[in-house]
Design a protein around this ligand. Structure first.
Ligand SMILES: Cc1ncc(COP(=O)(O)O)c(C=O)c1O
Length: 395
């Protein structure tokens, strides 16, 4: 048999999805599992969103449609981004994709040549390094360290920029740390991008899920509209993970490249779901704020409960819905700890190394589950904590 393309051996999967597979297998064997591994809100879209989708189907909006997305959705996104992110973009700069991930993939496909260097956050979303490597690029991590409150450090990034550097990927609020990049950090990154003529891929999928302060999009900094691809979607802010809807906002020449990629792949996103998405953006019932309000309560409770588990240490995240817990003081590796939590306590979480080397002593829990579920998860963990509480420290 002929071998697979060599890129397949350098790309990686996602820790969340493999832990989910294992947890599901245990469930099939009759075990009770609390799923805190997936980044999926336990909410569903507001009723008017579903109604708009149904109406669109009834009206026959089930055809191939505009490559970059239906004009009404691209217009609605321009309004939405002005109202929620204070940025001015033209509807023509939007390309709708079946998920933020696909928008990210296409942007990287359009921009990365073999040998190009891509700076990305570590710990970070696994696709950043995986896709870079798959395209023959060089993935260069910058660290989100606890000593910097999990913020990127522009003084670490600057010396990593070489003549081969083409892209900086930013992700605020970030997965898995929940870091909302500080204004001065983003400004500094923007200045570096302008100085070295770099492109910025700004993954803003969690932009609406913040617990205070004002959100600043990378697009709002001087010189950035010409060199930024903003990536976002409906999965997190509107609890529409299964709808598979995302988008990119990009300068004109990149929009053209993305359209070419759309033509070569999915042709257009399902027309009816785009009409549902327009209704989601209108958000007449304030569904997003209500969901984020609920996440805020869970965050408060869950983080304080986790900090009471022996050997766990966790800063409250400023955004997204993940607890990023330093488990070094348990004396266990995060893989061993997650194995014990899953197999003995029935709590699924992800070893931090799945998000990069800097995640080695961490574990990620999603708190997009009900308060009752989160409380039970911590009780279960407390019950098995004796496994590490009295273990000799192996550091
Ligand atoms: C940082 C980040 N970007 C992108 C995505 C993918 O979003 P979508 O469901 O729109 O493909 C995720 C999902 O977990 C994410 O955490």
């Amino acid at each position: 048999m002929r071998p697979l393309a060599s890129r397949m051996s350098v790309m990686t999967g996602e820790g969340a999805l493999s832990v989910y597979g294992h947890a599901k297998e245990l469930e099939r064997q009759g075990r009770s599992i609390i799923h805190l591994e997936l980044g999926e809100p336990d909410f569903h879209p507001a009723a008017p969103v579903n109604e708009a989708l149904k109406l669109a189907i009834d009206q026959g909006k089930d055809r191939y449609c505009a490559i970059a997305g239906v004009p009404a959705l691209r217009e609605a996104l321009a309004v939405y981004l002005r109202e929620t992110r204070n940025i001015t973009i033209s509807p023509g700069s939007v390309v709708i994709a079946p998920g933020c991930k696909i928008a990210l993939f296409m942007a990287m496909m359009a921009l990365i040549d073999p040998g190009d260097e891509v700076l990305y956050p570590d710990p970070g979303f696994p696709g950043y390094a995986s896709i870079t490597l798959g395209l023959g690029g060089v993935a260069v991590p910058f660290t989100l360290a606890e000593r910097n409150q999990l913020q990127p450090d522009p003084d670490e990034i600057a010396p990593k920029i070489t003549p081969r550097t083409k892209i900086i990927i930013t992700n605020s609020p970030g997965n898995p740390t929940g870091t909302v990049y500080a204004d001065q950090v983003q400004r500094h990154i923007a200045e570096l991008a302008v100085k070295h003529d770099l492109l910025v891929l700004s993954d803003e999928i969690y932009a609406r899920i913040i617990y205070g302060g004002t959100y600043h999009s990378m697009l709002s900094y001087r010189g950035m509209p010409a060199r930024t691809v903003l990536l976002d979607g409906f999965s997190k802010s509107f609890a529409m993970t299964g709808w598979r809807l995302g988008y990119a906002v990009a300068p004109a020449h990149i929009v053209e490249a993305l359209e070419l990629l759309v033509m070569n792949t999915y042709t257009s996103v399902a027309e009816f779901s785009q009409y549902g998405a327009i209704e989601a953006l209108r958000d007449r019932e304030g569904a997003t704020d209500r969901m984020v309000g609920e996440f805020a309560k869970r965050r408060e409770q869950f983080i304080s409960d986790l900090n009471r588990v022996p050997g766990f240490r966790c800063l409250p995240p400023e955004g997204a819905f993940y607890a990023w817990v330093n488990i070094e003081d348990t004396g266990l590796s995060s893989e061993e700890l997650c194995r014990i939590m899953l197999e003995e306590a029935g709590v699924a979480a992800i070893p931090g190394a799945a998000f990069g080397e800097a995640g080695t002593h961490f574990v990620r829990f999603s708190f997009a589950s009900s308060m009752v579920t989160l409380k039970e998860a911590v009780e279960r963990i407390q019950r098995v904590a004796t496994a590490w509480q009295h273990a000799p420290v192996s550091r």
